[in-house]
Design a protein around this ligand. Structure first.
Ligand SMILES: [Zn+2]
Ligand SMILES: [Zn+2]
Length: 356
């Protein structure tokens, strides 16, 4: 018995030693496998016909390694649309198996920096990953042309290097950058249809994020399924009206209690500027409990929070973030994480999984 044990120990040591000596080859083989799987991944093809919401950025302007800046992708059949493009959007999309080259158009809710600061890399990836010959369409309210022109100018030199280095067949100059499509909502209206073709209808509606004007939410309808995105807003009756009977309401959420802790801490450390900012942000965002009331009044099927403020780095903090939201909305409530995919198949039902 003792000899067998010694023999097994020697064998284990030899195997471990062999693995250690071979570690470079093993790591390269694992890498080769991961690259093949990553490049072959196509989340759109793997998603049932219907509407899906892919959370490519569930964070806010506060620094957060777990949550990229605001970004929501909507898959409608085989089409891909993006709503906002905060820092890290293109990277998170790629990690979710959603190529930025497939994006048909980006719709901005408003021009706060955290919603646009991933646009530069997003447009570059849209161009470079598939030799797109047309720039990435960027929809938004009045002022969106300045956003597109600014990013195009900032990336103009980079674009010349890319064309020179890879050649115009790989980087067609006509596909560089962003092209703006501005829309307005007439004073007497609260919404306007900004895209309606191939069975997909996207409606923009006015929300309450003053002093930020314009500020919009969006409703997406396809094959009888519907997703409503609040954008950044204080509690808004327009969101409630637009979300009426929607399948999924994706609402921003800011916990006044948790942000209050940050304000008090900043004040105690004599960081008055920071304390004032934490104080100010509460009144143009929505507490999760209020969003839950809106979801309940609108009779939506499910409520998913995004633009999570402040950071909610571990599951046990989701309860304090939500407060009494679960008492005010009787359907499922999700504190979304980057990589979440909520699918609404045309045939009915709802599924949720994480792609990261
Ligand atoms: Zn904002
Ligand atoms: Zn924001």
């Amino acid at each position: 018995m003792k000899r067998i044990l010694i023999g097994l120990a020697v064998l284990a040591a030899l195997v471990a030693g062999g693995l250690y000596v071979m570690r470079a080859q093993i790591a390269t083989a694992v890498f080769r496998q991961a690259v093949a799987q990553g490049m072959a991944r196509d989340t759109i093809a793997a998603t049932p016909d219907g509407l899906s919401a892919a959370f490519c950025g569930t964070g806010s302007p506060l620094p957060d390694r777990q949550r990229a800046g605001p970004c929501l992708a909507v898959i409608a059949g085989h089409r891909l649309f993006l709503f906002d493009a905060g820092e890290g959007s293109a990277e998170t999309l790629s990690l979710m198996g959603l190529s930025p080259a497939r994006i048909e158009a980006v719709f901005l809710t408003h021009f706060h920096s955290d919603h646009i600061d991933g646009l530069g890399n997003l447009a570059l990836q849209h161009w470079g990953q598939a030799a797109n010959i047309e720039p990435l369409p960027l929809y938004g309210g009045e002022g969106v042309d300045r956003i597109a022109a600014g990013f195009n100018e900032a990336y103009a030199l980079d674009s010349t290097y890319r064309v020179a280095h890879h050649g115009p067949a790989v980087m067609p100059p006509s596909g560089f950058g962003l092209v703006a499509h501005a829309f307005t909502i007439a004073d007497a209206q609260e919404s306007t249809v900004v895209l309606d073709n191939g069975g997909v209808r996207i409606t923009a509606f006015r929300v309450d994020h003053g002093p930020v004007h314009p500020a919009f939410g969006y409703r997406i309808d396809y094959k009888g399924r519907s997703i409503v995105i609040s954008g950044d807003t204080a509690p808004s009756p327009v969101v409630q009206r637009q979300a009426t009977n929607a399948d999924l309401l994706i609402h921003e959420g800011l916990s006044p209690e948790l942000v209050g802790i940050m304000e008090q801490t900043a004040r105690a450390q004599h960081r008055d500027n920071l304390a004032k900012i934490f104080h100010d942000i509460v009144n143009y965002h929505t507490a999760p409990e209020r969003a839950a009331e809106i979801a309940q009044a609108a009779h939506v099927q499910a409520l998913a929070f995004t633009h999570i403020t402040p950071q909610v780095p571990f599951g046990a903090l989701e309860g304090p973030f939500l407060g009494n939201a679960a008492r005010r909305f009787h359907g499922p409530i999700y504190v979304s994480r980057d990589g979440d995919l909520i699918s609404l198949p045309a045939t009915g039902g709802m599924t949720r999984r994480n792609l990261l």
